[in-house]
Each structure stands twice: as C-alpha cells, then as structure tokens.
Design a protein around this ligand. Structure first.
Ligand SMILES: Nc1ncnc2c1ncn2[C@@H]1O[C@H](COP(=O)(O)OP(=O)(O)O)[C@@H](O)[C@H]1O
Ligand SMILES: O=P(O)(O)OC[C@H](O)CO
Length: 496
C-alpha cells in the first residue's frame, strides 16, 4: 500500500500527516513555530525556522513509513504571509510578514481614500485590508535597503508560504505558486487567472519578483534527495482554507465547510465562475484538471479563541471541559457574549466594535457564561452563512465541519439548529491536510476519481430540530446584542 505525505503549515505550527490511499492517517508529526511581535500590530515569523520546522516534522513522519512508500507530497499553507528571498542563495531578506500583521493599515487607508476599492474588488475579489500580501510585499520592497532595485533585476523571489516551501524542498530549482494562494495576494486577477498588470502597477510591484502560477494539482517538481533520501514528487498545493474545502469534498456549487479553529473560516463553493457578494471575499478554491472552482469566504475572528479566553479567565481548566459546563444549565439564562475583542469580521467588518457581555442577572454563573461563549461561536457563523445564502445562485443544503472545536457536540447541534441545515462531521477532521493529500493523489499514478481516490467519510450528522420561530427569535436577540457591541465603542470613544 502506498501513501501520500501532507504538509499543513499553519500560523503557529507545522504538521506532517501521512495518509493511506483509503484516507486513513498512518503517521503524523508536528513542530511549533514561534512568532515575533517587533512593534504593536506587527507579526513576523523567521522563514528559515518555518522551513526547518516543516522539514523536521516531514522527516519524522516519513521515517515512520519509509520514503519508498510515499507516492507524493501535498502542501496546504497559511495564506497571505509574505516571504522575500534571494533567488540564488535562497536566503530570506527579512522575516516573513504574517497575515495577521497590521503595519500597512495606513497604506490601505490611502488606497481606499484614493478610490481604488471597486477596481481591486472587481479584479482580485478582495476588500482592501493589510491582511493580503500586496501591501506587505510593497512594504518589504520599500524598507529593505536595495530590495526594489534587486527585485526589478530579477534577483529576488516573492512568495507566499507555499512557494517558499516548494523552493526549499526542491533545493531552489522550482519557484511556483497555485491559483488559490495567488488569489490571496491582491495581485492576481481571479477572472483571467493570471497576475494583473494594473494591480502590479498600483502596488508598484516588479513582475520579475513573482512566481509562476501552476495548477493546484499536478507535479511541480521533486524534492531534493538530501531531505528524505529520495526524490519525492510534489503533486498538490493549496492555501489551507481552500485545501480544507477540497478535503471536505465540497466540489459542487452550494457545498460549504466551516473550520472551527482559533477563528472560524467558512467557505462555500460557487462553481466555475466567481460569485460576488458584498461583505464576503471571492477567492479561487483550486484548479484541477483544467477547471477552476471559486469560493465565497467569510471569516470570524473569535471562534475556539473564546474557549481559550474563558480558560484564561478560570471559567474552565481546559477547552474540553466547556461542553459539560455549558450543558449543566438549560440555557444561558439570557446572557449573550459578543466576542468583538479585536472588532468583528464578516459580515460586519467593524474593527471598532468591542466585546460585550450583556443580559446578566444576579443568578448568572460560570455555566451561563460558558454557554454564552459557545453560543457566540455558532451565532457568528450563522451570520456569515446567512449572508452567503443571499449571494446570487447560492443554495446551501448542508454544512461540513472540521477544526478543534468541532469535537463539541453541543456546539455542532446548536449550529444545525441555528441554520436549519444538517451539520456533517467527517471521520477525519484533519481536512486541511486531507485536502492537500487529495490534490497530490490526483496528480500521481493510481490517483483516479474524485480526490485521487481518497474518500470523504461521515462520522456524525447533526440534524436541525428548532422551529423557524425559535430560530428567528434567537437570531434577533443576537443581532440586538451585536448592535450594542458596535455602538459601545463609539460611546466609549466619545466619553474619552
Ligand atoms: N471541546 C471543545 N469545545 C470547544 N472548543 C474547543 C474544544 N476543543 C478545542 N477547542 C478549541 O479549538 C481551538 C483549537 O483548534 P485548532 O483547529 O487546533 O485551531 P488552530 O488550527 O486555529 O490553532 C482552540 O481555540 C480550542 O479552544
Ligand atoms: O494558520 P491557520 O491554519 O489558522 O490559517 C491561517 C489562514 O490561512 C489565514 O488566511
């Protein structure tokens, strides 16, 4: 039996997971990645430490199986994070600027004030925000001495983390990205499927610094023999949220997934044409077999992070304890948490909102607050999915779930009840890695059929049980609380 190695490079850790062709996990290893915060709002990672962590995790997982049994490698990566390196030496010129980094806030405000929002949204499918790579790369070219001139002469490479890893894995021979990652740079035209000269001009980015864009599935090169003792083909690459969507087999229009990690990332497949929806991002899912699939994306900043916050407050000792505490009471007793600790993401996009805990009475206790915390995760996701349902041509029939907090049965049942849709939890919840493995399996011999023959399998379906009236009442109460949280910041500023 042969295997696929999936590399899931995330913001704070790198995982290597070996899947059998049946989609069963055969080996795994993980390495943590340290971030640095040189100034308020800045978030950086050392590209060499990132690569060494991936290599160490990969070697450990491969050693358990034997390199001779690995057919191919798939990569799923944290997106938008920007690396700039010397084409010849392979050495980075600066730390990677991580997707969470806000240093280009003022540059983004200037772009918005100059009236570029519509053009960017139409070409790239994105809203102007420091989140995406373009302003991060421009910052590097402006602030690393000599970088702009060297980039213009073709001496430097820009890449998102996928490109950086492929470059290192192939011993510097291959410099490519895939459309799912390219579509998060704000330099890629999602309609034409290529780098966009007008966007490059707007951000003043020399074309010579960009990687070639190749399909998400397909062999793009082989690993240098010194890493695993064999030259293994790299058969698939996608940004992690797109890979998770592919891992959930959401390959037809209307199929949606939600990853309940630190934040929640919700994606719905809109088919072979990009769909536009105000307050959501339009992004490339993957390009496979000559077809490009598009997704709508909405993200919620505080998902499982609410559970960590409650743990840090001492309400629970460990994340896994929250379900028992929350279900020890019949309901939240009227308590509502709006977790706008860092503002609100989709569909509100309100950076100024601040968290509120409302509706408390003298009898409100830890259990009510824990329950309000879980409710807030499901309610925020319901808001995003409600917005998705309003997009032209989107009809949702179910939601597939993954990520650490999808282990919580109470949360999954509540999500089904709030949506009025079945929530499906698969057997393998490492769907990001699974998606990368499926893309790689497709590209290699024996990888026939959907997902290269690696199937998606159901663990449990949560069936909605609420009446329309109950659902609407719960959402109406939540929206009142959200309005309160959004108003609070304004009043607070006024008082100062
Ligand atoms: N049983 C649970 N109920 C609710 N949240 C949970 C549970 N177990 C883990 N979590 C939350 O899930 C998150 C971890 O999920 P993970 O997918 O590993 O996140 P990430 O990849 O963003 O680090 C944490 O924020 C944690 O609090
Ligand atoms: O590090 P992760 O896995 O939470 O993913 C980060 C996202 O890709 C950012 O867009």
């Amino acid at each position: 039996m042969n295997y696929i190695l999936a590399l899931d490079q995330g913001t704070t850790s790198s995982r290597a997971i070996v899947f059998s062709r049946e989609g069963v996990i055969a080996a795994r290893a993980q390495r943590d990645l340290a971030l640095s915060y040189p100034h308020s709002g800045w978030v950086e990672a050392d590209p060499m430490a990132l690569w060494q962590g991936v290599l160490a995790a990969a070697r450990s997982a491969v050693a358990d199986i034997g390199a001779a049994h690995i057919d191919a490698i798939g990569i799923a990566n944290q997106r938008e994070t920007t690396v700039l390196w010397d084409r010849r030496s392979g050495l980075p010129l600066h730390n990677a600027i991580v997707w969470q980094d806000r240093r280009t806030h003022d540059a983004c405000e200037a772009l918005r004030a100059a009236g570029h929002a519509d053009f960017i949204s139409q070409a790239a499918g994105l809203v102007i925000d420091p989140y995406f790579s373009a302003t991060k790369l421009a910052w590097l070219l402006d602030n690393v001495p000599g970088a702009r001139e060297r980039a213009g002469r073709g001496e430097l490479c820009f890449g998102t983390v996928d490109s950086w890893l492929v470059y290192q894995l192939t011993g510097g021979r291959v410099n490519v990205t895939d459309p799912s990652n390219a579509s998060r740079t704000m330099l890629y035209n999602i309609h034409r499927g290529c780098w966009d000269q007008d966007l490059l001009d707007l951000f003043d980015i020399p074309r010579a610094v960009l990687p070639e864009v190749v399909p998400s599935s397909g062999v793009r090169g082989h690993t240098d023999a010194r890493w695993f003792g064999a030259e293994l083909p790299i058969g698939g690459v996608a940004g992690d949220q797109q890979a998770a969507t592919y891992g959930q087999d959401c390959v037809r229009p209307g199929m949606a997934k939600n990853t309940y990690g630190t934040g929640c990332f919700i994606m719905v497949n809109t088919g072979a044409k990009p769909a536009a929806c105000e307050r959501l991002l339009t992004t490339v899912g993957w390009s496979v077999d000559g077809r490009t699939d598009y997704l709508l994306e909405g993200s919620v900043f505080m998902g499982g992070a609410i559970v960590h916050w409650l743990r840090d407050l001492g309400v629970i000792g460990h994340s896994s304890e929250i379900e028992a505490l929350a279900t020890s009471v019949a309901d939240s007793g009227g308590v509502i948490l709006v977790p706008a600790f860092t503002g609100l993401g989709a569909p509100y996009w309100d950076a100024g909102a601040r968290a509120t805990l409302t509706g408390m009475s003298r009898s409100s206790g830890k259990a009510h607050i824990a329950r309000a915390g879980l409710d807030a995760i499901a309610l925020q996701c319901a808001d995003v999915l409600q917005t998705m349902r309003q997009a032209p041509g989107v009809t949702l029939t179910e939601l597939r779930v993954d990520g650490g907090a999808c282990a919580n049965d109470y949360l999954m049942q509540l999500q089904a009840d709030l949506l009025g849709l079945p929530v499906l939890r698969p057997r393998v919840t490492e769907t990001t890695a699974l998606g990368a493995a499926r893309l790689a399996a497709l590209a290699t011999a024996g990888g026939d059929g959907a997902g290269g023959g690696i199937a998606w399998r159901l663990d449990r379906a949560f069936v909605p049980s609420w009446s329309d009236d109950r659902r609407e009442a719960a959402i109406a109460r939540w929206r009142r609380a959200v309005a309160h949280a959004r108003q609070w910041r304004a009043e607070d500023d006024h008082a100062r």
